[in-house]
Design a protein around this ligand. Structure first.
Ligand SMILES: [Zn+2]
Length: 96
């Protein structure tokens, strides 16, 4: 098995690249193209993604809240400590 020498043609940029340039061996687009695509997609779909995130949250509200609660319970000391440190650090700011 020598994956390093395997080459693959990206169907986006049409450049023959090493298999290492692909995230998955069965992917047809190289990492660069995929990243570009994702960036472009995010840029063009800011609203859509926002709505999707909101919808996901609404649909899974209870699950997410339960998860957050669990996290808080598990890390209550850590969170308290962090808050304490924050308050100490920002004492002047808070008092003003
Ligand atoms: Zn490409």
């Amino acid at each position: 098995m020598d994956n390093q020498n395997k080459m693959k043609l990206c169907n986006q940029c049409n450049i023959l690249k090493s298999i290492n340039e692909f995230y998955k061996s069965n992917s047809n687009s190289c990492k660069i193209c995929l990243n570009k695509y994702q960036q472009e997609y995010r840029k063009n779909n800011v609203l859509k993604i926002k709505i999707q995130t909101k919808r996901y949250y609404q649909k899974n509200k209870l699950k997410i809240q339960a998860k957050n609660k669990k996290y808080e319970e598990k890390n209550i000391l850590k969170i308290k400590q962090r808050k304490k440190e924050y308050n100490l650090k920002n004492k002047d700011k808070i008092n003003k």
